[in-house]
Design a binder for this molecule. Structure first.
Ligand code: NAI
Ligand code: CS2
Length: 487
């Protein structure tokens, strides 16, 4: 028999329970890198400390890949998390997943039925920013989204995560079952509110009574989620296999740090994640803003300007003193002032900790990975803050260079004339703009006119357009490293 995580002797102890102990009280949509190292791990630590039976049914909806769910099933839904500090590596075998499903394995209806199961109390999500099918500026359901168009036409066989949730809520409503909590764990500003707008937006197009039931019964708490979890690579998997004593294709490496701040608004119970270090608060929004602007805004700055400067990983950018200085100034001078935090939060200490986390050389977090989907990330990471500065007349030169870096990056050609593999839902729009204007400064105004990223006002703000145009031109004149140094 082939050796795997379940039948081999490993260097790390197995959880002291089997999947029999668990009930699928949570269905998670988007079993990717992050969920395995975050929500599933928090739940595992609760299971270690209590007699809880809260477990996950893991669902991946993307039709191009069922392999992770298949591999998890082969390992009785167990897998390894490797927490990698600067020097030490700590392995944990996680035991909070009960079962796994995929439309290609189980069919769409079985997944909707599972989400409507009376035992299910939480549907949690890490489906990436684009998974919400909303306009990032308004937060409203995007009825021109290609999956939403399909879901409006055929609600019983949905394609989008929002369509699946709406279909499952319909069954719960029709069967008079208890409502559930929809728990977004994505890096989206006011993620619970966005999830609610998206689901209600779709439900309203289908059935007013269903929409009213959702509005009054279903809760959508906001959450701030944090842990740097790069996509697994063959190298990280080989390193983990060596330590573990057996190959685990579902293993994932991450940093030691983790944080989870959750609005305590659950309609049908929840695990005591506080036992594993989560914080339950009344208002998560300030924490989300802090993380999105200081951590993610800094990440995107380093991703675009780092990639252009020839750095493959975030930790590589941090070896350049100019990038280090610039990203620290971005956090403290241009992002921190835009925040209103509870008194006990020290933003300088937060920024110091971020520098330390970004420096961790054991994490091979690719600048290319973070650069992905910029159209979905820029509004909450940079544009909100730029608007804040424009209102007050304060300095935002790092943010302007960050936006220009994004424009230079999505041109699709790097500083050596090599192609860049740009991944973004708006890629076709970008290609059309660059095809028309080449890399000339004309593209700046064209890109700023994309409302779903920049809203309506910025393209008409002369000062802003000038600043981004100068920064963009400068990137061509001197290159990213010099432009960052000149800040
Ligand atoms: P991943 O690529 O490993 O997983 C993404 C998951 O989302 C996959 O399961 C995929 O099937 C699903 N997905 C993608 N597009 C979808 C769509 N349109 N509809 C439904 N499902 C879709 O990415 P990872 O690292 O797990 O990150 C996922 C999200 O988690 C991020 O976009 C972010 O919002 C959040 N997050 C990630 C962190 C990280 O460091 N990786 C940390 C904090 C939050
Ligand atoms: C990153 C985030 O990929 C990205 O866009 O900025 O996934 C980041 O690693 C996490 O938010 C850290 O919690």
């Amino acid at each position: 028999m082939e050796k795997n995580l379940v039948n081999a002797i490993t260097s790390v102890p197995y959880p002291g329970w089997t999947t029999e102990r668990l009930t699928s009280r949570m269905v998670h949509l988007g079993c990717g890198a992050f969920h395995r190292a975050h929500q599933a791990l928090y739940t595992h630590h609760v299971l270690e400390q209590t007699d809880s039976d809260w477990g996950f049914c893991e669902v991946n909806l993307m039709l191009n890949d069922a392999s992770l769910i298949e591999n998890l099933k082969k390992q009785s839904m167990r897998y390894t998390v490797a927490e990698k500090g600067q020097e030490e590596i700590r392995l944990k075998i996680i035991g909070s997943m009960k079962e796994g499903m995929h439309p290609l394995i189980d069919g769409v209806q079985a997944i909707i039925e599972k989400m409507a199961d009376p035992d299910v109390a939480i549907i949690s999500l890490t489906i990436t920013e684009k998974g919400y099918c909303t306009d990032a500026v308004t937060g409203r359901l995007d009825q021109n989204n290609e999956l939403i168009i399909k879901d409006i036409a055929n609600p019983a066989v949905p394609r989008s995560a929002i369509g699946y949730i709406t279909a499952a809520l319909r069954l719960r409503f029709e069967r008079s079952l208890p409502a559930v909590t929809i728990l977004s764990c994505d890096n989206v500003r006011e993620n619970g509110h966005v999830a609610r707008e998206a689901v209600l937006g779709l439900a309203r197009l289908q059935d007013r009574k269903l929409a009213q039931w959702i509005e009054s019964q279903v809760t959508f708490p906001c959450t701030m989620v944090d842990r740097i979890v790069p996509a697994a690579t063959p190298e990280t998997l080989a390193e983990i296999a060596q330590q573990l004593g057996v190959a685990d294709p579902c293993a994932i490496a991450c940093e030691p740090f983790r944080q989870w701040v959750i609005e305590d608004n659950f309609v049908n119970g929840r695990p005591n994640w506080d036992l594993a270090g989560a914080q339950f608060v009344d208002d998560v929004v300030p924490f989300e803003m802090m993380k999105l602007r200081m951590l993610n805004g800094a990440h995107s700055f380093l991703a675009y300007l780092g990639y252009l400067g020839g750095y493959a990983h975030i930790s590589d950018t941090m070896t350049n003193a100019d990038y280090r200085r610039a990203v620290y100034a971005l956090m403290l001078n241009e992002q921190a002032p835009t925040l209103s935090m509870p008194e006990d939060i020290d933003l300088m200490a937060y920024a110091d900790k971020l520098l330390e986390r970004f420096t961790n050389p054991a994490l091979k977090h690719q600048t290319w990975q973070i650069a992905m989907d910029g159209s979905q990330k820029l509004p909450q990471r940079m544009i909100d803050s730029i608007e804040w500065h424009l209102l007050r007349g304060s300095d935002y030169r790092h943010l302007a260079l960050g936006v220009a870096g994004w424009m230079r990056y999505i041109s699709g050609v790097d500083e050596q004339g090599q192609p860049i593999d740009v991944r973004d839902p708006l890629k076709e729009t970008f290609v059309a703009i660059f095809a028309k204007y080449g890399q000339s400064v004309e593209v700046v105004k064209e890109l700023l006119a994309i409302e779903s990223i920049f809203g309506k006002k910025l393209v008409n703000n002369r000062e802003f357009v000038d600043n981004v145009t100068k920064a963009y031109q400068n990137l061509f004149n001197v290159g990213a490293r010099q432009a960052v140094a000149a800040l």
